[in-house]
Design a protein around this ligand. Structure first.
Ligand code: SF4
Length: 177
């Protein structure tokens, strides 16, 4: 009798596995968050043009759930900085970052955004991390669309694994406000 009850119970467990799954609240929120990033492109130079091809049908960022490009920081949670940033633009970039929703992420696309590129000049910011906390740097001049996709996937991984981000936690606006 007890054996029958046990068998029935096991059968119910097996059947429930075909339509149900268990997880943690944090994991399901992270899963939803990583698959619905809303990017804000901050394109200032040639990298901005390359970024357009990432959005286009050939590379199709939509496959990663991040095709809803927003031009308002209040509706975006992924800032993609694509191009040269001058000292004059730094406060603007900071303002945009501060207006974005939490939790927010930053992808620095290309040599100029990440390090000033070949502009070793007084008027060019030698990396956007002097102003805002950067999560992923994508190298290249310009980076290939594949590299940008890889950068977005790295951010997705970071979100899913709920990686600690001390560069963001310890970030302060600094002198550019
Ligand atoms: S990294 Fe190269 S392609 Fe990108 S903005 Fe700078 S000069 Fe242009």
């Amino acid at each position: 009798m007890a054996e029958n009850a046990m068998r029935e119970q096991m059968q119910m467990v097996d059947e429930s596995r075909s339509f149900a799954f268990t997880t943690k609240v944090d994991d399901i929120i992270a899963w939803g968050r990583k698959n619905s990033l809303w990017p804000m492109p901050y394109g200032t130079a040639c990298c901005g043009i390359e970024l357009m091809s990432v959005m286009g049908p050939r590379y199709d960022l939509a496959r990663f759930g991040a095709e809803v490009v927003r031009f308002s920081p209040r509706q975006a949670d992924l800032l993609i900085v694509a191009g040269t940033i001058t000292e004059k633009m730094a406060p603007v970039l900071l303002r945009i970052y501060e207006q974005m929703l939490e939790p927010k992420f930053v992808l620095s696309m290309g040599a100029c955004a990440s390090s000033g590129g070949f502009y070793r000049a007084y008027h060019v910011l030698q990396g956007v991390d002097k102003v805002i906390p950067v999560d992923v740097y994508v190298p290249g001049c310009p980076p290939t669309p594949e590299a940008v996709l890889d950068g977005v996937m790295s951010i997705q991984k970071m979100i899913q694994e709920q990686t600690a981000r001390p560069w963001k936690e310890n970030w302060t606006p600094g002198a550019y406000r």
